[in-house]
Design a protein around this ligand. Structure first.
Ligand SMILES: [Zn+2]
Length: 230
C-alpha cells in the first residue's frame, strides 16, 4: 500500500520505492521476528522447525480424499496456528502464503474452496476464522471461488483431548448445507471440492463435512491444512 502511495503521488522509481519500503517496513520472520533479506513468511530456521510430511490419501464414503500440509504440527507452524488464540490474524496470512507456495497446483481444477466453518458464536468471540482467511488467500491466487455455504449447526467442545470414538460421536451431524438440497445436488454433482483447515488431527471434522458433500454428489475432495498432527 505504501509503495502505491509513493509511486502515484511522488513518481519515484520502483527500486527507490522498494528501498524506502524495506527501511520503513523491513521483512521480518512471521514467527521469530528476525529481520530477513527477502519478504518471505518464515526465516530458514523457522521453516525447518516443522518436519515435512507425505500427503495422505484415502477413500471416505467412496469419495477420494487427498490431504496436503505445510508440515507437522510443531515448531514455527504450530506457533503461527496458535496465534489465533491471541486475536492475531497475521499467522493465518503467513500460513496461507506457505500453503499457496507449495500446493496451489493441487486445487487449480477445483470447483470451490470451502473453509471449515466455526460455530457463529466462536467466530464472533474470536473475530475471524483462521481457515477462512487461508481459503480467501488461496482463492485470490487460484481464482477458484470460496464457498461458505457449509454451516456448523451445533457448537462442539475442543476435540484435542477426546478419543477417536468420542470425536466421531460428537461430530456426527455437526455440519449442514442450508437451503434447497435439489439445487445443491445440481451445483455439486461430480465436483472437486477443496476443504481448508488449520490443523488435521484424526480427520473427524473433514470426514463429517465429506459425508454432507457426498450426499450432494461431490466426487473428489482435496484437503489443504497448515499442519498435521503426527
Ligand atoms: Zn524465524
Amino acid at each position: 500500500m505504501w509503495s502505491t502511495v509513493l509511486r502515484t503521488s511522488l513518481h519515484l522509481p520502483s527500486t527507490l520505492i522498494e528501498r524506502i519500503e524495506q527501511a520503513i517496513f523491513p521483512p521480518l520472520c512471521s514467527s521469530c521476528r528476525t529481520r530477513m533479506p527477502l519478504r518471505v513468511p518464515l526465516c530458514r530456521t523457522c521453516q525447518t522447525s516443522s518436519r515435512r510430511i507425505l500427503p495422505l490419501t484415502y477413500q471416505h464414503r467412496h469419495v477420494t480424499v487427498n490431504v496436503y500440509s505445510i508440515g507437522a504440527y510443531e515448531g514455527a507452524i504450530q506457533k503461527l496456528i496458535l496465534s489465533k488464540n491471541y486475536g492475531q490474524a497475521y499467522g493465518a496470512q503467513a500460513l496461507a502464503q506457505l500453503l499457496a507456495a507449495e500446493h496451489l497446483d493441487k486445487i487449480m481444477d477445483a470447483q470451490c474452496i470451502m473453509p471449515v466453518p466455526l460455530h457463529w458464536s466462536r467466530k464472533m468471540w474470536r473475530g475471524f476464522n483462521q481457515s477462512e482467511i487461508i481459503a480467501r488467500h488461496l482463492s485470490r491466487h487460484s481464482h477458484v471461488p470460496v464457498d461458505t455455504h457449509m454451516h456448523r449447526a451445533t457448537k462442539t467442545p475442543q476435540l484435542t483431548r477426546l478419543s477417536i470414538t468420542e470425536r466421531n460421536a460428537i461430530m456426527q451431524n455437526v455440519f449442514a448445507l442450508p437451503g434447497n438440497s435439489l439445487a445443491h445436488k445440481v451445483h455439486y454433482h461430480g465436483a472437486h471440492v477443496v476443504i481448508v483447515d488449520d490443523v488435521y488431527t484424526t480427520g473427524t471434522t473433514v470426514k463429517s463435512m465429506i459425508t454432507v458433500l457426498k450426499k450432494m454428489g461431490v466426487r473428489r475432495v482435496t484437503v489443504l491444512v497448515a499442519a498435521r498432527v503426527i
